[in-house]
Design a protein around this ligand. Structure first.
Ligand SMILES: [Zn+2]
Length: 315
């Protein structure tokens, strides 16, 4: 299989992070609401344009009701970025809802994006990386080409459990939902899922493009860690991981923000990567994108889905 690499950014606005950490919406000041779109997105676009790296963005429908976010996303789309659907309200408990509610979340997110880009999203990423049969079947029914939600990262899973446990301990309620450990058994390379059990292989129409985890350790090679861990650790993780023929590097808008940009102290205290200066994270991202460019042909996720899908179906 041709070695393909993808770089994607989930554009979750900051209040979604407030919710994971059990902070009330009101705890975040109004001026923080648009930072991901007005400050982080241009940084990603500039860097990727300078390096010739195609970018895939995942947008949350409700965030786009704010004019600055809608304007920024329209500009990104005009500049050539693919825009995928990251649901309407970024409900961390999406897979616990009824099929009708799940359908509405997907369809409404899609509508909000299509209003801005005039293009129907071809890809979906679930809030909190949690997939189930109902959600997968909704994506199939709506003609999605790919999903990119499966994240089989062992330490991440453990860390998420610890954070949620810790919050219960301190009396704060997290809206994150702990995924089933079954995700740890999911394939780490692109696969066609079983619609009745999408963490297993089958013959589903929507291709799954899992988020890359480091080989061996299953450490999550995502922006949060790749941009903030000491450089030798990140280089070592990358060296073990680049043997994989498909590299799906996932980042978040907040990855290129810091307190000086206006990330509120209450949030930075719990989302500690926001304490690392944005300029330092930007320099690191430039370095990591350089490695990926040397080792992979970089494409958008929808292009990768077409190419990988043809290869899988030909076998
Ligand atoms: Zn998200």
């Amino acid at each position: 299989m041709e070695r393909l690499g993808c770089v994607s950014v989930d554009l979750d606005s900051l209040h979604h992070y407030g919710r994971i950490h059990g902070l009330e919406d009101g705890a975040l000041p109004e001026r923080a609401a648009d930072l991901v779109y007005t400050t982080a997105l241009p940084r990603f676009l500039d860097l990727c344009a300078a390096l010739g790296v195609p970018l895939t963005l995942f947008a949350v429908g409700e965030d786009l009701s704010r004019e600055p976010a809608a304007r920024a996303l329209a500009g990104a789309h005009r500049a050539g970025a693919e825009v995928g659907n990251h649901s309407c309200h970024h409900d961390y408990a999406l897979t616990r809802r009824t099929r009708e509610q799940i359908h509405l979340e997907v369809a409404e997110g899609e509508r909000a994006i299509q209003e801005i880009t005039s293009a129907r999203p071809k890809g979906f990423r679930a809030p909190g990386y949690t997939l189930n049969a109902a959600l997968y079947q909704v994506l199939e029914g709506r003609g999605y080409r790919y999903d990119s939600s499966v994240f089989p990262a062992a330490p991440y899973w453990a860390a998420k459990a610890a954070v949620m446990g810790g919050m219960r301990l301190f009396g704060r309620r997290s809206r994150a939902v702990l995924d089933t450990p079954r995700v740890l058994l999911a394939p780490r390379a692109p696969y066609r899922p079983d619609p009745a059990s999408p963490y297993a292989r089958g013959a589903g129409a929507v291709l799954e493009l899992p988020i890359t985890t480091a080989s061996g350790t299953r450490f999550p090679f995502i922006g949060t860690y790749a941009l903030t861990l000491p450089a030798p650790a990140v280089r070592a993780l990358y060296r073990t991981t680049r043997a994989q023929p498909f590299f799906n590097f996932e980042l978040h808008g907040i990855d290129l923000l810091d307190e000086a940009d206006g990330v509120p102290r209450a949030l930075a205290r719990v989302q500690r990567d926001a304490l690392v200066p944005a300029a330092r994270k930007q320099a690191r991202l430039r370095e990591v994108l350089g490695w990926l460019k040397d080792d992979y042909r970089l494409t958008t996720l929808s292009e990768a889905a077409e190419t990988v899908g043809r290869t899988l179906d030909a076998v």
